[in-house]
Design a protein around this ligand. Structure first.
Ligand code: CU
Length: 124
């Protein structure tokens, strides 16, 4: 590898470290149902997250777990047709009162991966 090539790689890496991650158009949640941190009165039928950028349907997942870590959603969720590839949803079992955590992982149309999780509660 030439010195110039090495130097440009070093420069790219430095830029990658310096720039805030928001400098790229990754997909991040815009809003969700239930909302982040919300307490809902009854078990929802679905958990939905709307993203701020289009998603690659094949590489997205949405899973809901209860307080003991058991999966309470079916499959890995799916990107809803007609949502401009921005709505990721899953169906959940009947949720008893308690705390639930929603885990999402997506690849945006620009190829970048983002993931996160949030909590909501079903009131007793
Ligand atoms: Cu991106």
């Amino acid at each position: 590898m030439s010195t110039l090539a090495k130097r440009s790689i070093a420069v790219s890496l430095t830029l990658a470290l310096l720039l805030p991650s928001g400098a790229w158009a990754h997909a991040f949640p815009d809003r969700s149902r239930p909302q982040v941190g919300a307490t809902v009165k009854a078990s929802p039928h679905h958990v939905r997250i709307w993203f701020d950028a289009g998603l690659e349907a094949l590489f997205c997942s949405l899973i809901v777990k209860n307080a003991t870590g058991q999966v309470v959603s079916f499959g890995h969720g799916h990107v809803v047709r007609g949502s401009h590839d921005r709505l990721l949803e899953t169906t959940v079992k009947r949720l008893v009162p308690g705390k639930y955590r929603v885990y999402w992982s997506v690849i945006a149309l620009d190829g970048h991966h983002t993931a996160g999780h949030y909590m909501f509660r079903v009131r007793g």
